[in-house]
Design a protein around this ligand. Structure first.
Ligand code: RIB
Ligand code: CA
Length: 307
């Protein structure tokens, strides 16, 4: 598995889920600007791996900016440092190869691998531009991104990962010969983890108690202040589908991204009725088995913690 991330609090939990699965070998983690700056993301990935005491997993520095238009970050949600400002700082050295090139190299070295993208698609778009046949090496790509019903979380119509780099997402959809499943923001909000179940999974083990809970405390308070009924956690749901595709119901559709500069910028429009006359180019998740998702998240929070 290759993981591309803008770690972030929910990215951290998703990466721990992959570390907790004995059938998964993470062959590399590529980083990019998104939730917080690239420098913070790079440090956060080392911190997450050290929280578990993981062995060597190469970390690569990727895109520091979107392809064309700069976008806001999400430090208001993930904290200034990207891990909830809980004070966790344990960086690891990075490889010298650029993250986009690393996706190509890792895919060619591990044909049939899975790619999980948890942030904007800038690195993947660059990789596809460098290697148009990337899809022959990657068996399936799982993308956390999009809001087909235009229930946005960064604007009225767009989900954050796609809004940060709509041009990259459109390139991935229109140029990529990738088999991809998109776990959308609407999937995430349709399957909220209610507070009692969230508290129980945090208490499942030391990782939950000593790393995930402190990291999520600000986000939990932020949600409770807004009378939310539980934690949303988008990236762990994408990782759950990557680890166990049977936990998702999907629809094969044509999807494209609005790259304009108006109110729809970053909107992911799906076309199940074929108005565009284009072949389906993505699988979009319509339902999730929340019990299965929570069970997979719990494997991560039940891990031992090295901090
Ligand atoms: O919209 C949710 C997505 O944006 C998640 O990946 C979160 O980490 C942020 O990157
Ligand atoms: Ca993310």
């Amino acid at each position: 598995m290759i993981i591309d991330t803008d770690a972030g609090v929910d990215d951290a939990l998703a990466i721990l889920m992959a570390l907790a699965d004995p059938t998964v070998k993470i062959v590399g983690i590529t980083t990019l600007n998104g939730n917080v700056s690239l420098a913070n993301v790079e440090r956060n990935v080392g911190t997450i791996l050290n929280a578990y005491g993981a062995g060597h997993i190469p970390i690569y520095r990727g895109a520091g900016r979107p392809l064309l238009v700069d976008a806001p970050d999400a430090s208001n949600v993930h904290g200034t440092d990207g891990l909830g400002d809980a004070g966790f700082r344990s960086p690891r050295p990075l490889e010298s190869t650029h993250g986009a090139q690393a996706i190509i190299d890792l895919a060619k070295a591990n044909p049939g691998c899975t790619l999980v993208t948890l942030g904007p698609l800038t690195n993947l778009a660059i990789a596809l531009s460098l290697e148009p046949d990337l899809g022959t090496y990657i068996s399936h790509t799982y993308v956390m991104g999009g809001a087909p019903k235009a229930s946005g979380n960064i604007t009225a119509t767009a989900e954050f990962n796609i809004y940060v780099d709509p041009e990259a997402a459109e390139l991935v959809l229109q140029r990529g010969n990738l088999q991809s499943t998109w776990i959308t923001w609407e999937n995430a909000i349709d399957h909220v983890i209610l507070w009692d179940r969230w508290e129980a999974l945090l208490d499942a083990g030391d990782m939950g108690k000593r790393f995930v809970r402190p990291m999520c405390t600000n986000l939990m308070n932020w949600g409770k202040e807004r009378n939310r009924i539980g934690m949303i956690m988008a990236d762990p749901k994408a990782m759950a589908v990557a680890l166990d595709p049977s936990c998702a119901t999907v629809q094969h559709v044509y999807m494209s991204v609005d790259c304009g500069t108006g109110v729809g910028r970053g909107m992911t429009a799906v076309d199940p009725r074929g108005f565009a006359g284009k072949p389906a180019n993505a699988y979009v998740t319509t339902q999730l088995d929340l019990d299965r998702v929570i069970a997979l998240i719990t494997t991560a929070t039940a891990l031992p913690c090295a901090f």
